[in-house]
Write a protein that binds this ligand. Sequence first.
Ligand SMILES: Nc1nc2c(ncn2[C@@H]2O[C@H](COP(=O)(O)OP(=O)(O)OP(=O)(O)O)[C@@H](O)[C@H]2O)c(=O)[nH]1
Ligand SMILES: [Mg+2]
Length: 470
Amino acid sequence: MQTRTEPKPRAVLVGVQLPGMTADDITLSLNELGRLVNTLGYDVAGRVTQKRSSLSAAAVLGEGKLLDLARFTGGTGIVPSNVPPRKGKKSDDEPEGVTAPLDGIADDEDQGTLDGEARGDATVVVVDHELTPTQLRNLERATGGDVLDRTSVILEIFHRHARSREARLQVELARLGYVAPRLREGASGGDRVRGGVGGKGAGESALELDRRKIRDRMAELRRELDAIASQQGTRRTRRHEQFRVALVGYTNAGKSSLMRALTGSEVYVADKLFATLDTTVRALVPESHPRVLVSDTVGFIKKLPHDLVASFRSTLDEAREASLLLHVVDGSDPDWPQQLAVTREVLAEIAADDIPSRLVFNKRDRMTDAQRDDALARFPDALLISTREPDDVAHTRSEILAFFEKDMVEGEVVVPYGAKGVIADVHRDARVVSEDYDEVGARFVVRTKPGILARLQNAAGGRPAPRGDD
Ligand SMILES: Nc1nc2c(ncn2[C@@H]2O[C@H](COP(=O)(O)OP(=O)(O)OP(=O)(O)O)[C@@H](O)[C@H]2O)c(=O)[nH]1
Ligand SMILES: [Mg+2]
C-alpha cells in the first residue's frame, strides 16, 4: 500500500568546473552536495554546471547558463543592473529588469551541462562554492529562488542536528562567523561600497551596530564554551590516564555504527550527513580489562570552513587526547580516496596527525571484489570490516586491545586487606595476570600503562616499580 506524502521542495544544484578540476571532481562534488541538500529535506530538481576560468563575480555562471538555471526556478535569468544606492534609499529598491553588464564572459565560458528536467518549480538554488553577497543577491534576482551556498547548507544541517547545549553554542558561533564578514557588503549594496552610508549621528549605522552586536555575541559564546570546556577538561583529565580510542572520519563513513557495535551504546545512526554532532564516550562492551573508552566524533567533509572545524573544539579535543585513532572510511564510496585525504588534512589542522591511527575500511558488504583488492593494495595494514558483521567487530576490538597491549608493562600491586576499594580499580584499569593472597593482602601481578600502574600502587599503599625486563 502506498501512503501519500507531501511532495518535497525542489532544489537545483550549480557547480563551476574551475581550472585544476576534472569533470569527475565536479560530478562527485555535486553528488555530495545533492546528499547535503537531501539531508535538508529537498529533492534535487537538476544540476547546472559550467567550465570557467573563474566564478563570474556577478552571478557565478555566465549569462547564457544563468538563463538555463532560471528555467528550473521560473525566474527571468537576468541580473538587474546595479544602480548605486540613492541617498537615504536602500539598494534593495533598485529598479528591476535592466540587464547588468556581466563581467568578461564568453571566451572562458563553455556550454556547460544541464541535468534534470527544468519544470520551473525549484524554489532553491544551491551553489557548490562560497558566494559573495553580490553573487548571492544577483542569483536571487535572476532566479527568483532562495540561494544557498555549500557552507550555508552545512551550517543549516548543523543547526538542525545540534542537540546538546554545547553543540548549539558551537553552531551559533560558526553561523555568526559566517555572517559577520558578509554583513558589510550585503547591507551596503555593493562589494566596494563601505558601510556608514548616510553618515550623521546614529549614522555609525545599523550596520556598525549589527557588527558590534555580532562581535559581542561571539565573545559571549566563546566565554560560555570556555566554561563548558573547562568543566569537561576536568572530566577529561580524569580520563586522561585511561585507554582511549577515538573514531574519526568522513561524514557517513559509519563511525557511529562502529561505536554502537563496539560499545553496545544507542548512539544515533542515520543515512544522513552530519548525523552526529555531539561527542559520545563509552567503554568497550563486553568490558575489557583494562577498560578501553571509545569516542564517537563529528564527521568531516570537503570544503568544511575552517572556523566551523575550530568551533567543534570538544570533539576535536576528544580526538587529540586519544592514544589511538580509528580512521573509518566508507570503502564502498568511489570517492573514498579523496574523503580519506580530506580527513587527514583536517586531522593535521587540529594537530591530531601525530597520533597513531589505524585505517578501517567499512561497508565491506557493499564493496566489490575489485574495490576490496584496491583498498588493501593501497593500505595493506588497514582493517576491512562491516559494522553489521559481528566477527568483523570482534576483530576490530581485538586489534584495539592489541594496540594498547604494546604500551603495557607488568608489575605487582599489593592491596592490603584494609584497602578493598582499590581492587575494583585494579580490575578496571589493568589486566590481572595472577593473583595471590598472603598475610599482607591480595597480591596482583598486572599489566597496564606505567602511569596507571604507579597510580594503583600508590592507592594500595606504595609498592615497587615495574618489574621484569620487558
Ligand atoms: N551497508 C553498510 N552500511 C553501513 C555499514 N556501517 C554503517 N552503515 C550505514 O551507513 C550510514 C551512516 O552510518 P553512521 O554510523 O551514522 O555514519 P557516521 O560516520 O556516524 O556519520 P555522521 O555522524 O553523519 O558523520 C547509515 O545508514 C548506516 O546504517 C556497513 O558496514 N555496511
Ligand atoms: Mg555519526
